[in-house]
Design a protein around this ligand. Structure first.
Ligand code: PEP
Ligand code: MN
Length: 350
């Protein structure tokens, strides 16, 4: 960190800053300049917060030299993180992981039929919420524990991996018993107690980007999970809030290659929430794969017009099959494969 002084800062102003740095156990290294003087804070392990200096007399600006995140950064680990999943599948390496299913578990028939359809099309993991974060308290909130039981049955019967959301500290342990990948939803991206607890499960965590989160905030949330000793974090871009109501969100394609440069963690893409419109999901899913996403999260429903949540953005199974074909084609151009349909083909089905 550098503390830059105003041109009219007095010697007392500088001494005050130097004393504060030394009191906090760091070294103060003065940087003399003809027009501008500064002092560098050496040996700062995070103890010294720049905000302490910002309002002191004579101080003009605080320049932070190191990134606030550590473990998530490529500087810390240059190789990509490859997360191992049950059934020999992975995410973050060459094969793309395609996760598909309804927004919510609604009934036994709905989840079983949708699971069969996405498996048939080649998905290896089923997504569906048992606990739903809805904007309105009067909207369908999910089947809760019954939803988790249904997911556990579908997992057993189809071999599909399960991705489902943990909404709060109380529900996290229940979700962890069933989920192969625990989803932390966009609204909870900065729920730090939930992130810490998710970190302690050791399970793969799918961390969605908050609707207004900067990349740094998103990566700091991943850092929370990793700081608990859990390296298995999958980042998921799902659109950020924009000013135009044409789409539900602004699906931020830029962030996919950008975050992959900054971080070694796998980055997945959710064009369903990113666009909010069925007709836009396939084009943006293709674009996300072309941009380097390590996998997709796609909402699919056997009867989207009857869905209790997010029907307008849910694909019909036939559309999802087409998308899988397209994804295989784009993956091949990039010398990538699509994860393991073969790995679950042998498993029993309903
Ligand atoms: C979901 O995946 O259904 C969901 C609620 O996602 P998000 O947290 O991205 O809104
Ligand atoms: Mn949804």
């Amino acid at each position: 960190m550098l503390i830059l002084f105003r041109p009219d800062a007095s010697a007392t102003d500088e001494q005050r800053v130097v004393a504060l740095i030394q009191e906090s156990g760091c070294e103060a290294v003065p940087i003399p300049g003809l027009r501008r003087r500064a002092v560098a804070v050496a040996g700062n392990d995070g103890r010294v917060d720049g905000a302490r200096f910002a309002a002191l007399p004579g101080v003009e600006e605080i320049v932070t030299l190191t990134k606030p995140y550590r473990m998530v950064a490529r500087e810390w680990r240059s190789d990509p993180t490859i997360i191992r999943l049950p059934g020999g599948m992975t995410v973050g390496g060459n094969p793309l992981l395609v996760v598909a299913g309804p927004c919510s578990v609604e009934s036994e028939t709905q989840i079983r039929r949708t699971a069969e359809a996405v498996k048939q099309a080649g998905a290896v993991a089923l997504r569906a919420g048992a606990f739903k974060p809805r904007t309105s308290p009067y909207a369908f909130q999910g089947l809760g524990e019954r939803g988790l039981e249904l997911l556990a049955e579908v997992r057993r019967d189809t071999g599909l991996l399960i991705v489902t959301e943990a909404m709060d500290d109380e529900g996290l342990d229940q979700v962890a018993r069933v989920a192969d990948i625990i989803q932390i939803g966009a609204r909870n991206m900065q729920n730090y107690s939930l992130l810490k607890r998710a970190g302690r499960t050791g399970k793969p965590i799918l961390l969605k980007r908050g609707p207004t989160a900067s990349v740094t905030e998103w990566l700091m949330s991943a850092e929370y999970v990793m700081a608990e000793g859990n390296p298995n974090v999958i980042l998921c871009e799902r659109g950020i809030r924009g000013a135009d109501a044409t789409t539900r969100n602004v699906f931020d394609l830029n962030v996919i290659p950008a975050v992959k440069q900054i971080s070694h963690l796998p980055v997945m893409a959710d064009p369903s929430h990113g666009t909010g419109r069925r007709a836009l999901v396939r084009p943006m899913a293709r674009a996300a794969v072309a941009a380097g996403a390590d996998g997709l999260l796609i909402e699919v429903h056997v009867q989207p017009d009857q869905a209790l949540s997010d029907g307008a953005q849910s694909l019909y199974p036939e559309q999802f099959s087409l998308l899988m074909e397209e994804v295989r084609g784009i993956a091949a151009v990039l010398d990538r494969t699509v994860a393991g349909a073969a790995a679950i083909a042998a498993s029993p089905s309903t």
